[in-house]
Design a protein around this ligand. Structure first.
Ligand SMILES: NC(=O)c1ccc[n+]([C@@H]2O[C@H](COP(=O)([O-])OP(=O)(O)OC[C@H]3O[C@@H](n4cnc5c(N)ncnc54)[C@H](O)[C@@H]3O)[C@@H](O)[C@H]2O)c1
Length: 466
């Protein structure tokens, strides 16, 4: 099929590459010429495992092209995917300006029937707005071409996006009930048929329910994380180990093990903004989502839990102290720094006078760009962040090691080496990567999240402060 993808970011690029891989003729459009230039030069503007090879193979086969040419993109695809960003507006609601601009572009240029697929995460009712925008453009041109807008939210996870797209748990498809809606449904059904060969994964529903499903899924996942983080903070006070508790409750099949890890808060481009947007949708409908308001508040608090532990151990004034920070991206296997907990954590350490030596396996270039913006008016703070190309290089002479992202490469360090390099043997582990007693045996004081306020003396004797 001839497919157009509008927006070649994390979702659009993966969608385009995967649809090309199963034999479709894909046109990827972006308004950012820098991204298109990188792609046309054989590069990939984001880090996503397996994506580079997928794009290279399909480019070579002539199944995927990249362009900023809007008219050509509308002419190309019978199916037009909208995969542009929906960042939070000032009030937390989803900013739909890019979605509506994409819809208008379709309306401005289309001549025949189009299926318009909302793949961006958009609030309930957005398909109707997309439809109205296209209709307005068509009537301004005096053209009567037909179209149908369907909702097909995306559930891929950054860091495993290609696998998730190729082997989806489910495909949610919301279509209108009218004849054009049925026609659109059949076309999208045909497009996704290769993903349903093993068993049917598509869940058909009305458009509004499909839009809502995406927010409900992210809200549930964020809730599990905040729930565990809140319990972890209590575990710290009462002398329990949240990791033991996690295993204890995860073994119940009604609960399950996934998304029960406590840590230094969730981030990324989805959970924070989607939770906020759903709260705003409720607001607009004169409802309150009390649970999600708490989920958000707990997460905001959680991003400072590590700093509070550092301050409790090392004092309020951290000037002259140096911290080795392992991990900057909001999660492993991505370079995405959007709403990454590393940002408020590093900001707070810098505000208290500390300096940072940071390492991340793939996000350092993006981190440099993001921190330059975050600290644009604080050149002194910015100058106190340095980056090193190997984790071990961050350690020498540091007052503590701070773990912010759970990259595999950080999971089994040589603790004797870590201890020898650090000025004071302290680890603040924001992702509970290590077993506290293993670290203690090395004579390193260890602070995890919800592992109880347990300090380990250099001789390895355990000292529980409940
Ligand atoms: N990133 C994820 O893990 C993920 C997962 C599921 C759903 N989503 C949702 O998918 C949507 C896209 O997210 P993303 O992370 O891929 O965003 P992104 O910021 O990485 O990419 C969006 C792209 O759209 C381009 N763009 C903006 N306006 C355009 C226009 N009018 N025409 C053409 N291109 C345009 C931008 O230049 C950018 O390259 C969001 O709604 C997001 O919530 C994201």
């Amino acid at each position: 099929m001839k497919i157009t993808i509008i927006g070649t970011g994390y979702v659009g690029l993966v969608t385009g590459a995967c649809l090309a891989e199963i034999g479709n003729d894909v046109f990827c459009l972006d308004v950012d010429p820098r991204k298109i230039d990188i792609l046309n030069a054989g590069g990939v503007p984001i880090h996503e495992p397996g994506l580079q090879e997928l794009i290279a193979r399909n480019r070579a086969a002539g199944r995927i092209q990249f362009s900023t040419d809007v008219a050509a993109s509308v002419a190309h695809g019978d199916v037009q995917f909208i995969a542009v960003g929906t960042p939070p507006d000032e009030d937390g609601s989803a900013d739909l300006q890019y979605v509506i601009a994409a819809a208008r572009a379709i309306g401005k240029h289309m001549t025949g029937f189009k299926v318009v697929v909302d793949k961006s995460t958009v609030p309930v009712g957005t398909a109707a707005r997309v439809q109205a925008a296209i209709r307005e453009e068509l009537s301004a041109r005096g053209v009567s071409a037909t179209f149908s807008v369907v909702s097909n939210p995306e559930f891929l996870k950054e860091g495993a996006a290609v696998d998730d797209f190729m082997r989806p748990d489910r495909i949610v498809l919301g279509c209108d009930d009218d004849a054009l809606g049925q026609k659109a449904r059949e076309m999208v059904k045909r497009l996704y048929a290769p993903f349903n060969r093993n068993h049917e994964r598509t869940l058909y529903m009305d458009v509004r329910s499909a839009e809502f499903t995406k927010y409900a899924a992210n809200a549930m996942l964020a809730t599990r994380i905040s729930f565990m983080n809140e319990l972890a903070n209590l575990a710290d006070c009462v002398g329990a180990d949240i990791e033991a508790v996690r295993r204890g409750i995860g073994s119940d099949p009604r609960i399950g093990y996934d998304f029960l890890y406590s840590g230094c808060g969730y981030g990324g481009s989805c959970f924070p903004k989607d939770v906020q947007a759903l709260i705003r949708t409720a607001d607009e409908n004169e409802q309150r989502l009390h649970i999600l308001e708490a989920v958000e508040a707990v997460n905001e608090n959680q991003k400072q839990v590590l700093v509070r532990k550092i301050v409790k151990r090392l004092g309020n004034d951290l000037s002259g102290k140096r911290f080795a920070v392992w991990g900057l991206a909001f999660k492993p296997n991505t370079d995405d720094m959007r709403a990454a907990p590393s940002r408020p954590i590093i900001a707070e350490l810098l505000a208290r006078g500390a300096s940072i030596v940071a390492h991340d396996p793939v996000s350092m270039e993006e981190a440099r760009r993001v921190f330059a913006l975050d600290f644009a008016d604080q050149p002194d703070a910015l100058s106190r962040i340095t980056y090193v190309d190997e984790p071990r290089k961050a350690l020498a002479g540091a007052d503590a090691l701070v773990i912010v992202t759970e990259w595999k490469a950080f999971k089994s360090p040589d603790f004797a080496y870590v201890k020898a390099q650090l000025k004071t043997p302290l680890i603040f582990d924001g992702r509970n990567l290590y077993d506290p007693s293993t670290v203690a045996e090395q004579g390193i004081e260890y602070f995890g999240i919800g592992r109880s306020e347990t300090t380990f003396s250099q001789e390895g004797s355990v000292n529980v402060v409940a």
